[in-house]
Design a protein around this ligand. Structure first.
Ligand code: PMP
Length: 406
């Protein structure tokens, strides 16, 4: 038994499966299973010290505030941010991108400069920027994908130039599993004086990410894809950028002073955290990230790349199976494919009947599917608890699926 099969014990999901009715969960790109430690952290908040944060000098509130801020420190360590004040708790990646894009279009940061995204983006890192570009009246440029479905790096120089203010890019595609060449994209953006916004929704729990080493300006990710719970995510921003970004969520807790005419906003991070946050979710996320850090992100990356390769290698020779396989880049955690003559939803229903849970459809990435002339795909995605045996079972049932529908 390797170290990763031992890790399954850390997930209550597996212990609760009824014998003979075990499910194989292969939709970790949709949402990951929750770690026992993050569930316990949330339960402790709900059961033992339930109170609002930063709201007074009584014991439970102080305990909640300390747990919340301790989670923020854990997030800072996890992504190697300079200070915890650079971490804003959000409702998830989508919320974080919307916060940043709204601030970008209202503030001084992006004045007159184009916004660039890639054709491989999830809608969450596409639509908010397109609207920001519309509101600012600046061009919205798209770095295309190649015929294989990977980002076309040969277009970086042409598309990112001195007229660009921001490049928003995913670090790991939720469809192809491509590990994006962040170094090249960031180097080009920086050479042109543009800021970089990284969608880390798929990458955060799969790839070691250091915002300082990569010189990332903004980063977003979701707790529920990092073995935490739903409803809590992160917006990282460099201190001086978050200080310039007009707050999006106005309300309680984010001001120093308000009168009829003016408001003096609080300093970071409160400035961007109006309203009561998902306190339990933040504490759960802190606990999950601590677990991942202890496990080691390099080892996690290798484990998921190994499973991805095993799956891709086994699917590739099957007649009528087409995979999005970006051969020029490493792949991690996600494999999307099609079976000729079988609708993705039919394949998913068939696999579900065999106890395998994965997703079919467009995966909130219409531009990428359009570029490939695909009207959907079947997606298998892995987590730290996924095993080679599960991949083997998947492949066996895909072969049965092909036989069944032909
Ligand atoms: N970006 C990517 C690459 C994703 O895979 C997802 C989730 N599927 C999101 C953004 C949005 O994340 P959330 O739904 O947690 O806000």
């Amino acid at each position: 038994m390797n170290r990763f099969s031992d890790l399954r014990k850390a997930f209550p999901f597996f212990g609760r499966q009824k014998e003979g009715e075990e499910r194989i969960y292969l939709d970790s790109a949709g949402t990951s299973l929750s770690l026992g430690c993050s569930i316990e952290a949330m339960e402790a908040y709900l059961n033992d010290y339930r109170a609002n944060i930063h709201s007074g000098g009584y014991r439970s509130s102080m305990q909640a505030s300390e747990a919340y801020e301790s989670a923020r420190r854990e997030v800072a360590r996890f992504i190697d941010a300079e200070t915890p004040e650079e971490l804003i708790f959000t409702a998830g990646t989508t919320d974080a991108v919307n916060m940043a894009a709204n601030g970008w279009s209202r503030g001084q940061l992006g004045k007159g400069k184009a916004i660039v995204v890639t054709q491989a983006e999830h809608h969450s890192n596409f639509l908010p920027w397109r609207r920001a570009a519309q509101e600012l009246g600046v061009p919205f440029r798209i770095i295309p994908v190649t015929e294989e479905g990977g980002i076309d790096y040969s277009k970086l120089e042409e598309i990112i130039d001195a007229d660009c203010g921001l490049v928003a890019v995913t670090a790991l595609s939720n469809v192809s599993g491509e590990v994006v060449d962040m170094e090249s994209v960031i180097a080009r953006a920086k050479a042109c004086g543009a800021r970089v916004f990284v969608d880390g929704a798929q990458a955060a729990a799969r790839i070691p990410l250091s915002v300082r080493k990569l010189d990332i300006d903004f980063l977003a990710f979701s707790g529920h894809k990092c073995y935490g719970t739903t409803g809590c995510g992160i917006l990282y921003g460099k201190r001086k950028l978050l200080e310039k970004l007009p707050p999006f969520r106005l309300g309680g807790g984010m001001v120093q002073w308000v009168d009829e005419k003016k408001a003096e906003y609080a300093s970071l991070p409160a400035r961007h955290e109006g309203g009561t946050p998902d306190i339990g979710g933040a504490v759960a996320l802190g606990s999950a990230l601590h677990f991942l850090r202890e496990t080691g992100m390099e080892a996690i990356y290798r484990h998921e790349c190994m499973l991805t390769k095993a799956c891709t290698d086994a699917l590739a020779p099957l007649a009528g199976v087409q995979i999005i396989d970006v051969t020029s880049r490493p792949h991690c955690g996600v494999v999307s494919f099609n079976i000729e003559g079988v609708h993705p939803h039919d394949a998913v229903t068939f696999l579900d009947s065999k106890g395998i849970e994965l997703r079919g459809g467009l995966h909130c990435a219409h531009p990428l599917h359009t570029a490939l002339h695909w009207n959907g795909s079947i997606r298998a995605s892995f987590g730290i608890y996924s095993t080679e045996e599960e991949v083997e079972t998947l492949i066996r049932e895909i072969k049965n699926c092909i036989r069944f529908f032909r």
